[in-house]
Design a protein around this ligand. Structure first.
Ligand SMILES: [Zn+2]
Length: 305
């Protein structure tokens, strides 16, 4: 199976710092390469991380504050320059259409890119995608903002020993998977007898928002949650006023919703010690905590048993 991995391209909110680029996140998930929130400098960060323009099969924008979208022109023009052959859907809040159009045509270039803009309008939007199931939910920030969630449906894992016991091999396996049952020498073998549940994997991406129901719904039961923690709990009032989360709040959501790996990011420039974010999160959440640095790579954890 191809790798399922998050590549962190940038981790700074509002302004880049000497050690943190503006936001940017690339999720490799089987054949998909989803670029989330390309802030300023994303094209160069992709070069550092070894992510090619042709790896990008989809772009998701949470909202149109600069730290989440100013890198879009560079990425679009690079897709064009490299003659990336794939059509690239771009999902974003409908209210930001004018910003998208400006970024799309920010400067003169030979335009050979096949972008498919998908402005989102519903509070809870299902996104049509071939290889993955994606959904978007409206968050609570100063301007229209969406979080995203990727869901692999639960399936079943075939058990070779059981198949052998029943003498099932070759095309009969496919038939059994499709129809759920198979007649063998007058007896019926069901899919349940020769397979076990295979839980699907889930990923969620939650950027600028106050705590709201959508944060919980997006995070519910995911294997890997990327979530903003602009502030620490000591600045909770500031977080609330500016429509952001604290590390403590993000970790509490992760704990309540059964998240497995928690990736904190989108840090305010006021903090220079990432350990404080880790301490605050680990006090509330038992799973793995990653305090993201630029170019951090995080594997989607192994499938639940
Ligand atoms: Zn931001």
């Amino acid at each position: 199976m191809r790798v399922r991995e998050l590549v962190v391209l940038g981790t700074a909110s509002q302004v880049p710092t000497r050690t943190r680029n503006h936001n940017g996140y690339f999720l490799a998930w089987d054949g998909e390469g989803i670029l989330f929130d390309p802030g300023e400098g994303t094209q160069r960060q992709m070069a550092h991380a070894g992510v090619a323009a042709s790896d990008v099969t989809r772009i998701c924008i949470t909202h149109f504050h600069g730290d989440h979208c100013l890198g879009l022109p560079g990425v679009i023009q690079r897709l064009s320059l490299d003659r990336a052959p794939q059509p690239v859907p771009v999902h974003f809040p409908f209210e930001g259409l004018q910003y998208f159009e400006r970024l799309r045509h920010a400067s003169s270039f030979y335009d050979a890119v096949d972008l498919r803009p998908d402005p989102l309008t519903d509070d809870h939007a299902g996104i049509k995608a071939d290889k993955v199931q994606l959904e978007a939910r409206r968050l609570d920030h100063g301007i229209p903002t969406y979080g995203y969630r990727l869901v692999e449906p639960d399936g079943r894992r075939m058990l070779p020993d059981r198949l052998r016991e029943h003498g099932i091999a070759g095309p009969a396996v496919g038939t059994l998977q499709r129809t759920g049952r198979l007649e063998r020498d007058g007896a019926v073998v069901t899919l349940e007898e020769v397979s076990e549940p295979r839980p699907g994997q889930r990923f969620a991406f939650v950027m600028d928002t106050r705590l709201c129901a959508a944060v919980h719904e997006l995070a519910d039961g995911v294997d890997l949650l990327v979530i903003e923690s602009t502030y620490l709990d000591a600045e909770r009032d500031l977080a609330e006023a500016h429509g952001h989360l604290t590390a403590g709040q993000a970790a509490a959501v992760a704990a309540e919703r059964g998240v497995r790996t928690l990736v904190l990011t989108h840090f305010s420039q006021r903090y220079d010690n990432p350990d404080a974010f880790r301490r605050e999160a680990e006090a509330r959440f038992d799973g793995e905590v990653v305090v993201a640095e630029d170019l951090t790579r995080v594997r989607v954890p192994a499938r639940r048993p």
